[in-house]
Design a binder for this molecule. Sequence first.
Ligand SMILES: NC(=O)c1ccc[n+]([C@@H]2O[C@H](COP(=O)([O-])OP(=O)(O)OC[C@H]3O[C@@H](n4cnc5c(N)ncnc54)[C@H](OP(=O)(O)O)[C@@H]3O)[C@@H](O)[C@H]2O)c1
Length: 295
Amino acid sequence: MDRGSLVGSPQRQSGVRISIIGCGWLGTALAGVWQARGQHELLVTTTRPERLAELQALGLQARLLRGGDTAAMADALAEAEVVVLTLAPGGDRQVDADAYASTYLPTCRSLLELLPQLPLLRQIIYTSSCGVYGDAGGDWIDESTPPQPRDDHAAVLLQTEALLGQTAQPVALLRLGALHGPGRELAPRLARLAGSRRPGDGSTWSNWIHRDDAVAAIDRVLESGFSGTLNVVDGQPVTLRQLMDRVCSSQGLEPVQWTGGSEQTPAANRRIRNTGLLALGVPKPRNVAGPTAQA
Ligand SMILES: NC(=O)c1ccc[n+]([C@@H]2O[C@H](COP(=O)([O-])OP(=O)(O)OC[C@H]3O[C@@H](n4cnc5c(N)ncnc54)[C@H](OP(=O)(O)O)[C@@H]3O)[C@@H](O)[C@H]2O)c1
């Protein structure tokens, strides 16, 4: 897979038939933006009847499916010119690697199987994760850095990228940083650590993207017909210590006490560049530790 190429028209496209497979938190925000502009014809999917009703109540054409169900996928993709894969097994909840494998791989395989029957399809957009990168000892990395998953979850995401990369259609592999935004704000997630004693010194870098900036990135990827691999991060990595200091001081909470030594489960330590994303012409993403981080 090349690092990225632009094959589409730079001006805003309209009336594109788009199927969003796995229309969860990010997918619904994306659908909302396109729907509000009245710009495209959308078909979205969920696995649960209660969410089907929720999506339909938003005025979206919605289907119930699991991606491994090839017949249901054929139905959902029959008219699609663009497919956006925003599926995930558990949102921001922790799930095991088997759940990852049984979500991404069968979906990908049924899409690959169906491709010969989908002559209208001209772009596949898949939201992967920066988790596919390994540790870089705190150095800066970009899309040219070879992925080296450190766990089975990330290995599944990389395997999905590799499967999609085999197709003849343009494929945009978007490696998202950790998502935050409405309903998944950072402060409540980190506040539980306030006042705790933690091993290490909190110097590990983390890489984030606000949900709405991820939506803007996907929108731009569609508009530009981008294919290749793209990091979708805010480009302003922060350490856990910086994030904790900010959350604790803004909420009047006790600071974390870093006790030194090594962390029990060290996270991959790298700072991820978003120069490719900015070159596509997206607005500068907001900084997770900045004043708008809670929005
Ligand atoms: N959250 C993060 O921090 C993060 C970080 C990096 C990358 N990403 C990527 O960003 C994307 C969006 O994440 P999100 O947080 O919006 O996820 P989410 O809220 O959990 O939504 C996932 C969607 O996928 C659907 N789904 C689950 N299993 C499926 C299956 N087997 N077949 C078809 N659909 C299935 C879910 O169905 P229901 O509607 O029934 O729940 C839901 O609509 C994902 O591709 C994820 O890998 C997320």
